[in-house]
Design a protein around this ligand. Structure first.
Ligand code: G5P
Length: 224
């Protein structure tokens, strides 16, 4: 049986986590779980969790750790026989420790993108709310302006991509990410990438994953 591979991608809002995650999932056959997409899905479906997290997500505030881990860890337990990539989780030290108790990650990618680049990207970002598909009017525009490529439904912009909300998301990201980055650095699994263009960063990530996915130690992810 093929060895399982578990990875996470970290980075500030707009750093390209979602874009790169989709490329990784497509190229390496990993299941892709985005915490932001999962939260937005729950909000749209008006589930109990969705009602609880709505006000945090709308204000670009981190959802409390105990809520996040209660949402994400059972999903990961269900996927204990799969290789996966996490986008946006863990985001805090408490979440990282909770995840560590469930399984040991093989690799963590951290994206360092300058603020001005983030601001430009997010002001141009449009989303298909039903699926979470992301477009950028310069980088990957939809085939028909304002419409989702697959369903033809209207695209929307997130409130939390507006400049004030974005500044507060970035400040908050730096504060909470540092101890998580330090933890994964100390475990020897952190790989950081800097740059202003996803297409230039991608070949390095692609090559790293090609190497790591063929040389990783036996599976260490166990349901509790
Ligand atoms: P999310 O959904 O995790 P963020 O804020 O971390 O949201 P976001 O904004 O989705 O992350 P991203 O995934 O890093 O950004 O980036 P992306 O969507 O791929 O790319 C951004 C834009 O740039 C897109 O339009 C893309 O096409 C474009 N782009 C990419 N590369 C390039 C390039 O090279 N050039 C150009 N020109 N454009 C490019 O979380 C949302 C909320 O959920 C909660 C929080 O409230 C959070 O605010 N949440 C959590 N709360 C607590 N704990 C957690 N673990 C949580 N996870 C989510």
């Amino acid at each position: 049986m093929a060895k399982l591979f578990r990875a996470a991608i970290m980075g500030p809002p707009g750093s390209g986590k979602g874009t790169i995650s989709k490329r990784i999932a497509h190229s390496f056959g990993l299941l892709y779980l985005s915490s932001g997409h999962f939260l937005r899905e729950s909000i749209t479906a008006k589930t109990e969790a969705g009602v609880l997290v709505k006000s945090f997500v709308e204000r670009s505030m981190l959802v409390p750790d105990h809520v996040m881990t209660r949402l994400m860890l059972p999903r990961l337990e269900e996927l204990s026989g799969n290789s996966w990539l996490l986008d946006g989780f863990p985001r805090t030290l408490s979440q990282a420790r909770a995840l560590n108790n469930l399984c040991q990650l093989d690799l963590v990618i951290s994206l360092n993108i300058p603020y001005e680049t983030l601001r430009e990207r997010l002001s141009d970002r449009w989303i298909h709310p039903g699926s979470g598909r992301v477009y950028n009017m310069g980088f990957n525009p939809p085939r028909v302006q304002g419409k989702d490529d697959i369903t033809g439904e209207p695209l929307i912009q997130h409130d939390d991509d507006k400049p004030d909300a974005l500044m507060s998301r970035l400040r908050h990201y730096k504060d909470v990410a540092k101890p998580v980055i330090d933890l994964y650095k100390s475990q020897g699994i952190l790989h950081s990438f800097s740059g202003t263009e996803t297409d230039r960063i991608w070949p390095y990530i692609n090559s790293l994953l090609s190497t790591k996915m063929h040389t990783q130690p036996p599976d260490t992810c166990q349901p509790q």
